[in-house]
Design a protein around this ligand. Structure first.
Ligand code: NG6
Ligand code: CA
Length: 506
């Protein structure tokens, strides 16, 4: 007791109740799932209101040309963590019950930060795979986040629409009863249990495509699951749970510099807002879960403020890929959209090589350091590793990232010259104001989700400066520019991407 009072007094004297080392700011990346460019009201293009994100955006740097590396989740997360283009890694595709796709020897943001004395934690969606052979959820699940740099992890394995519908903390399923072991499969074995396919009468949410296997909390999922009753999450409480875990983590580590990767599950399907948020957007569950996510961000911000951490914490807000309305469930996302535009003026959406697939909300904020700014510089999440590294005076560099520490945290310098973006194993090039999409086989549109993918038999070339919506293909009228783009594209992807080249129609 005596010691506690003494250390409290010392802390008060030297204001060491939290990390106040300005050269080692805390870093929080808030990473939404499928949040579109137009879903954040400060971007000025949609009609949904996100006041808490706006407050951070309006006081920080709001990037209008900020990119996820990919138009789907796992590849974007891979690129963010490692600073490596996901098309260099064959395993970096949408995962379902897969093994870890980051090599435990690879450099990652949390590993780099650990060399500088940071505490590192992830709370939320993982979706980078677990284990290195058949996953046994009844034992310690490893390797996973804790083997690629995180000291602490509280995650869901893949997505909210996939089994197992349980939280995993530092490798162990939370609340697992050893007498009720978990079994999971993504084949045909329904374990004799009800399923979305067989028992529509048991569903609180109807599936549209896929998502017709195990039923958990009335929601049909991808994959079958047996056992683990006590460990199953409550969907409507998930946002509160992750927020609570994020706050708990901050409370635990706030005396050291820390990194928190707070990976929200919203607005990915199934959209299950807490009843407090039901009807809050007037746009059905998709809008409601965005309101919920916005509230969570406000709560986290207040928590930092209350703990005197705001001054020394970099906050980044972004999304892993662009928006989708119907991603497999009938949930009124289409019907109740009204005049909201989740992709803003951009063409395409999730899964697409058009701009809306990868151009996402992208905000950096560091109280007292970043000046309010709207920046049109081209920046990517793949650049975080190099930028943090440079900010902290580390020599560690990733293969494909660029040091944008000036642009991200100091309102100075230029962004990238170019960027290769990826969508379901296909790639395209952004360079300056130009976007080039090579010809690809495959449907022009994914009719299930009603999104144009960017596949066509011809090269596509757009000048985004005056054609943000990619309506005018200039490939034929500007062959010189097209050739220049093709040359640059080939130079970047080189021989590495034989797989991609095979997809391209020559
Ligand atoms: C797809 C799912 C989709 C979503 C996506 C992953 C079907 C038919 N579609 O396979 O609903 O879960 O995977 O999304 O099952 S992501 O944002 O995590 O990449
Ligand atoms: Ca996603």
């Amino acid at each position: 007791m005596k010691y506690k009072i003494l250390s409290l007094l010392i802390c008060m004297l030297f204001s060491c109740n939290n990390n106040s080392d300005q050269t080692k700011p805390n870093i929080i990346i808030i990473y939404a799932d499928d949040l579109g460019y137009g879903d954040v009201s400060s971007y000025g293009v949609g009609t949904l209101e996100t006041p808490n994100i706006d407050k951070i955006a309006n006081n920080g740097i709001r990037f209008t040309n900020g990119y996820a590396s990919s138009a789907t989740c796992s590849p974007s997360r891979y690129a963010l963590m490692t600073g490596i283009y996901p098309w260099r890694n064959k395993k970096a595709k949408i995962l379902t019950g897969a093994n870890l796709i980051i090599d435990t020897l690879e450099m990652t943001i949390p590993k780099m930060l650990k060399t500088k004395g940071y505490e590192t934690g992830i709370v939320g969606k993982w979706h980078l795979g677990l284990g290195d052979s058949k996953i046994n959820y009844n034992e310690k699940i490893t390797p996973g986040p804790n083997e690629v740099g995180f000291d602490h992890s509280f995650i869901m394995a893949d997505t909210q629409d996939r089994v197992p519908t349980v939280y995993i903390e530092n490798g162990y399923v939370v609340n697992l009863d050893p007498n009720d072991p978990i079994e999971v499969n993504f084949g045909d074995n329904d374990y004799g249990l009800p399923s979305g396919k067989k028992n529509p009468e048991l569903l609180s949410m109807m599936w549209h495509h896929g998502h017709n296997s195990a039923i958990v909390n009335g929601v049909p999922r991808i994959g079958y699951m047996k056992g683990g009753e006590k460990a199953k999450w409550s969907d409507i409480d998930m946002a509160d749970k992750f927020l609570d875990e994020a706050k708990k983590y901050i409370d635990k580590v706030k005396d050291s510099p820390f990194f928190l990767f707070y990976t929200l599950q919203q607005p990915h399907v199934p959209r299950t807002p807490h009843p407090r948020f039901e009807g809050s957007s007037g746009m059905g569950p998709r809008g409601d879960v965005i309101k919920e996510a916005d509230w969570c961000i406000g709560e986290l911000y207040s928590h930092l403020e209350k703990n005197n951490l705001l001054e020394n914490t970099i906050i980044i807000i972004s999304s892993d890929n662009g928006p989708v309305l119907n991603d497999g469930y009938y949930d009124d996302a289409v019907e109740k959209l009204g005049d909201h535009t989740p992709a803003g003026q951009l063409r395409g959406g999730k899964y697409s090589l058009f701009e809306a697939g990868t151009r996402v909300p992208f905000i950096t904020y560091w109280k007292g350091k970043t000046k309010p700014q709207v920046s049109d510089e081209i920046v990517s999440q793949i650049d975080f590793l190099n930028s943090f590294s440079s900010l902290l005076g580390s020599d560690i560099k990733s293969r494909d990232g660029v040091d944008l520490s000036g642009v991200f945290f100091n309102n100075i310098g230029n962004g990238r010259d170019n960027l290769v973006i990826e969508a379901v194993k296909r790639t395209a090039l952004r360079s300056g104001n130009w976007a080039m999409i090579p010809p690809y086989n495959g449907p022009e549109k994914n009719t299930n989700v009603n999104i144009e993918l960017g596949n066509s038999k011809e090269y596509k070339l757009y000048n985004l400066e005056n054609d943000l919506s990619q309506k005018n293909n200039l490939a034929k009228s500007n062959p010189e520019k097209l050739q220049e783009m093709i040359n640059l594209y080939n130079e970047i992807i080189g021989n590495e991407s034989i797989e991609i080249k095979e997809l391209i129609l020559e």
